[in-house]
Design a binder for this molecule. Structure first.
Ligand code: ATP
Ligand code: MG
Length: 214
C-alpha cells in the first residue's frame, strides 16, 4: 500500500529526509518515532502527496507520486488517503457536521448526511451542530478522526494525533484510530512520541536526522 525507495527531500543545502525506504502492506499499522526536527511531519506530508521528494520513488495506494500532477495528488487525498493533524485543524467557522462533510463536499459527493452521521457515531460524538470552539482537545481530535474516516480512505496518516491530549484522552483517541482502521481494513501510519501508542502498531520505525531505521 505504501512503497518508498531512496526518498530524499532537501531544502537548499539542508537535507531533511535522506534515502528513506519504507514498505507498508495493506492493513498494517506503522509507527514513526523520532526526536523533534527529525523529519517526521515532512515524511508524512510526502506520503500524503503534499510535498514532492527531491529524489526517490513514492507509491501510495497504487498512485506513483513523484511525477504525479497536482490534480492526481489531490485526487489521491480525496479518495484514498486521509490525514489527521496534530491539533485536529477543524475549520472554526464550520460546525462539527460541516467539518466532517467537507471531504465529501469537496470531491463532489451528494447525499452524504448518513455518512457524516455514521463517521461521527464511530468516534462517539453525535452533536453535529456543535462549533469547534465549544469542544475540548479530545473531542476535537475525535471529530478530526471522523473527518478522516468519512471518505473511507485506504490509508490513514496521523501526525501526533494525541500530541495535545492527556493520557486518558490520548488512549481513547488512539483506540479509536486503531479500531476504525481495523474495521475498514485501512493502512495506518502514526507519527508519535508516545511509546504506549507505538506498542499498538505492527511495526515501529525511528526517524533520526532524516534517516529511517527499524
Ligand atoms: N519548508 C521547509 N523549508 C526548510 N526547512 C524545513 C521546511 N520544513 C521543515 N523544515 C526543516 O526540516 C526539519 C524536519 O522538520 P519536521 O517538521 O519534519 O520535523 P518533525 O520530526 O515533524 O518535528 P516535530 O516533532 O517537532 O514535529 C526541521 O529541521 C525543519 O526546520
Ligand atoms: Mg512534526
Amino acid at each position: 500500500m505504501i512503497c518508498c525507495q531512496g526518498v530524499c527531500l532537501s531544502r537548499g543545502e539542508h537535507s531533511i529526509i535522506r534515502d528513506v525506504d519504507l514498505m507498508v502492506e495493506a492493513g498494517r499499522r506503522v509507527a514513526v518515532m523520532g526526536p523533534s526536527g527529525s523529519g517526521k511531519t515532512t515524511l508524512l506530508h510526502i506520503l500524503a502527496g503534499l510535498l514532492k521528494p527531491s529524489a526517490g520513488q513514492v507509491v501510495v495506494a497504487g498512485q506513483e507520486l513523484n511525477g504525479a500532477s497536482h490534480r492526481a495528488r489531490t485526487k489521491l487525498r480525496q479518495h484514498k488517503v486521509a490525514v489527521v493533524f496534530q491539533f485536529g485543524e477543524l475549520l472554526p467557522e464550520l460546525t462539527v457536521g460541516e467539518n466532517v462533510a467537507l471531504p465529501l463536499r469537496i470531491r463532489g459527493d451528494s447525499h452524504y448526511d448518513n455518512r457524516v452521521e455514521s463517521a461521527l457515531a464511530m468516534v462517539g460524538f453525535t452533536d453535529a451542530t456543535a462549533w469547534p470552539a465549544q469542544l475540548s482537545g479530545g473531542e476535537i481530535q475525535r471529530v478530526a478522526v471522523a473527518r478522516a474516516l468519512v471518505s473511507q480512505p485506504q490509508v490513514i496518516l496521523c501526525d501526533e494525533p494525541t500530541g495535545s491530549l492527556d493520557a486518558v484522552n490520548s488512549g481513547r483517541v488512539i483506540d479509536l484510530i486503531v479500531e476504525s482502521a481495523a474495521a475498514t481494513s485501512a493502512t495506518l501510519v502514526v507519527v508519535t512520541h508516545d511509546n504506549s501508542i507505538a506498542q499498538r502498531m505492527d511495526e515501529v520505525y525511528v526517524l533520526s536526522d532524516g534517516q529511517l531505521t527499524v
